[in-house]
Design a protein around this ligand. Structure first.
Ligand SMILES: [Zn+2]
Length: 496
């Protein structure tokens, strides 16, 4: 037993080091690397992917995991037990998927986002179609390789991103949204709201926006000694440990609030990981437990804290100070209404809080169809537009604003999107629970976000991924998942 534990730990150390270099490479690629560096980097990446595969599939390592898994009852440490269970589960990929297929897929997706970006820019779905077909084909084979008596088809991919959530549960969730939310959204968005041209047509200099994002870092107590803020085409969070979790944002000079809410959103992700118990840093348990729980944190910071009246009552003066001309005569009330406006729109990442989940629903239905084989990649643009019409009530005129808008599928990620909607729903349930122990509005009004961070640390963040999403939700809210918290939250907030 001791011998296997030692072997396991030695390999884990090596694997984590390789992950670290891969992580640095992709951080560099997304934030700093020049355009033409891709080919050279891909070559290096390929070598590393092969080395990594050798280590992760080393018989000695697999053997250790198998032995430890077979002797789970003799392992006292709960966290170590959880880790072995996960490692064993992940081994299925290495044990069951042929090596050449796996590596070919990794190389394909490491380049695919480049082609996707080009196709999107040129509004040319045909350019991306052959790659997406290969990605879907791989995933259809993957689910066959990995199927178990309990999990088959799309369920395998869903479970990969949100342990314990399958089509059955997502169908229930999305059906609730279809019944409750789709008609409500149509009703609320029927009337267009008007806002001062100062908000919608001013120029907001980049330098000033950077200053405000830097100000927000301090407001939310995102620790500068363990994190940093850069720029990238699409904002994201990327971390390796409780001492290094970085974020990016994007500044648009014709849009004041985009960078603000991206920064707050990503800080929600980052604070989650920075507040993981440091004891998990050298294990596989560091990091968020699932995408859904991760997204619940970012959305709580962004939408529930960051778009609240209490928050802006404190911080709007600072914004006016940075943009005195542009915000002259724009009242706090109008600004608050503006950042909480709801309208039917085409782009998911720009969608408001009310309509967001409906965009996700479109992708869920399409992924389900692609994996089951009912929907062919070549028919995606048409199907996309049809579902957008049904759920969101608006249809794109171009694929750039339609099926080509998201990077995820080019990264090989199918089963990922639904977690975005789930995250908002978790957040609503958690907010309710937190508000029973802590007066959130009062904390925001007194600029005491530390108290909110502390509650989340105790009830969610500290556990890292040592608990499953369902366990975390139960600890934090003392209840199982209930989508009605989300529906009621939205109806309360957006009822006009
Ligand atoms: Zn996010």
């Amino acid at each position: 037993m001791e011998k296997f534990i030692q072997t396991y730990q030695d390999y884990r150390k090596k694997i984590k080091a390789y992950h670290y270099f891969g992580w640095l490479m992709s951080w560099d690629q997304e934030t700093e690397a020049p355009d033409q560096s891709i080919e050279y980097r891909t070559k290096q990446f390929q070598v590393m992917a092969e080395e990594m595969y050798k280590i992760e599939s080393a018989p000695e390592y697999i053997d250790a995991i198998d032995h430890l898994y077979a002797n789970l009852d003799h392992i006292q440490d709960q966290d170590f037990k959880t880790e072995i269970k996960r490692a064993y589960k992940q081994l299925r990929v290495i044990k069951l998927v042929p090596k050449d297929e796996l590596i070919a897929h990794q190389v394909l997706v490491s380049q695919a986002s480049h082609t996707w970006a080009k196709a999107k820019n040129e509004n040319n779905f045909e350019m991306f179609r052959p790659i997406l077909e290969k990605i879907v084909e791989f995933n259809r084979k993957l689910v066959k390789y990995l199927e178990t008596p309990e999990l088959k088809g799309y369920d395998i991919l869903l479970d990969e991103y949100e342990e314990g959530f399958t089509q059955k549960e997502y169908d229930l969730f999305f059906n609730t949204l279809k019944t409750e939310l789709v008609p409500f959204v149509k009703e609320v968005t029927a009337k267009k709201q008007k806002f001062s041209r100062k908000l919608t047509h001013s120029v907001f200099p980049r330098e000033q926006q950077i200053k405000f994002s830097q100000y927000l870092i301090d407001v939310f107590h995102y620790d500068r000694s363990r994190g940093l803020l850069k720029e990238s085409a699409h904002p994201f969070t990327s971390g390796v440990s409780s001492t290094d979790t970085r974020i990016t944002t994007h500044y648009y000079e014709n849009n004041l609030v985009s960078s603000i809410f991206s920064t707050i959103h990503e800080m929600g992700h980052a604070i989650y990981e920075l507040q993981n118990d440091p004891k998990y840093d050298d294990t596989y348990l560091h990091g968020g437990t699932s995408l859904g729980i991760h997204e619940s944190q970012s959305r709580m910071y962004e939408n529930m804290l960051g778009r609240s009246k209490a928050f802006w009552t404190v911080h709007y003066p600072k914004l006016v100070e940075l943009f005195p001309k542009q915000l002259k005569h724009v009242t706090l009330e109008e600004f608050h209404r503006y950042i909480n406006r709801a309208e039917r729109s085409l782009i998911r990442t720009e969608a408001d809080e009310l309509t967001y989940a409906l965009h996700v629903m479109v992708r869920y239905e399409l992924e389900k169809g692609m994996i089951s084989g009912k929907i062919k990649v070549k028919d995606l643009p048409k199907k996309w537009n049809k579902l957008m019409g049904e759920f969101v009530g608006i249809k794109p005129k171009t694929d750039k604003e339609g099926v080509l808008q998201d990077v995820h599928w080019s990264g090989g990620m199918l089963g990922y999107f639904p977690t975005y909607a789930l995250g908002s729903a978790y957040a609503a349930q958690m907010y309710q629970a937190m508000n029973q122990e802590l007066n959130i509005e009062e904390a925001l009004s007194s600029n005491n976000i530390l108290a909110i961070n502390a509650w989340l640390k105790e009830h969610v963040h500290q556990f890292a991924s040592s608990k499953s999403p369902k366990e975390i939700l139960l600890i934090a809210t003392k209840e199982a998942f209930n989508p009605m918290y989300y529906v009621n939250y939205l109806k309360n907030k957006f009822q006009r």
